[in-house]
Design a protein around this ligand. Sequence first.
Ligand SMILES: Cc1ncc(COP(=O)(O)O)c(C=O)c1O
Length: 369
Amino acid sequence: MSALPRPQPRPGVLAIEAYVPGKSEAPGVARVFKLSSNETPLGPSPKAIAAYRGVADQLQDYPDGSASDLREAIGRAFGLDPARIVCGAGSDDLIALLARAYLGDGDEAIHTTHGFLMYPIATMGCGAKPVAAAEKNYTADVDAILGAVTPRTRIVFIANPNNPTGTYLPFDEVKRLHAGLPGNVVLVLDAAYAEYVRRNDYESGIELVATSDNVVMCRTFSKIHGLAALRLGWLYGPAPIVDAINRIRGPFNVNAPAIAAGIAAIEDSAHVAFSREHNTRWLAWLTEEIGKLGLIVTPSVANFVLIHFPSEKGRTAQDADAFLTARGLILRQVGAYRLPNALRMTIGTEEANRLVVAALAEFLGKAAS
Ligand SMILES: Cc1ncc(COP(=O)(O)O)c(C=O)c1O
């Protein structure tokens, strides 16, 4: 008897290893510090919370499907034409839409070895092939990326700064990458952590989008704006790419509370500055203090650090993770990012940061300084 036919997803879908979000619980521990998902420890702007609450009595209404007020607020904040902005349910939504619009069976999309996992996932979901370009010193390598380009390449995805490494490509390197790509390849610059970067040679992508036909910049409200729960992101791109994404996105892909809170958040530049200051201070402190314990920390410009552990039994990243979790300190294992000997830690509150350093000192059998 022949087997009954069953629905089959498109080729590639079942080869995807589903994205596993950062842990949020430590069983048996009363007080937990979640440092596993690069969320802000300072929360959103109080004005954004008030705007969110203000929508509570209008939940029966569909949102404005084109998110016009939000696009205008973003346009004002960055000096951009709102017509070239598309909002999405998180930048994940926009990454998936870009993949759907530009990738098909047999096409290739390039990401980097330790690049953000949603790029290969979105690529495979479209039946296309993800191609990993080697990194140098945990940093995207323009020559390796250009060397990976074939006639089938349609997208290059770069997180700048990258998650989970925290490293970045200076603007000159991004320009060199763009100059080396064929004009039919979309260069996606995912600047989810742009607001945290304090480097004169960094540019989030706005300038390159404005001066080319094949570059898109993605941004999110999940990180410095503290609105991860609402799922809100945006992209800025050339008119033809914006047009393509608008044709395939959900007609109401951004909800009304997210629109309201997003407008208030982007207008509260004081809250953004305050959050950035906190990050700058504690990023430097953590890098130094963890380094003093003898662990290597990859220099980061974002709101997290990648901490490397020895492979010696009892001192591995897995051992450290178990030790910290038992104390309510939840970091992120990054084996799925091909970094089995490292943990990623989000910059937390002063209390959380000090507790992690003290716990790591104890784990390594050293007195905290
Ligand atoms: C580089 C990068 N891009 C995009 C995202 C997704 O952000 P969103 O919450 O906007 O979907 C993340 C989240 O961790 C990220 O690290």
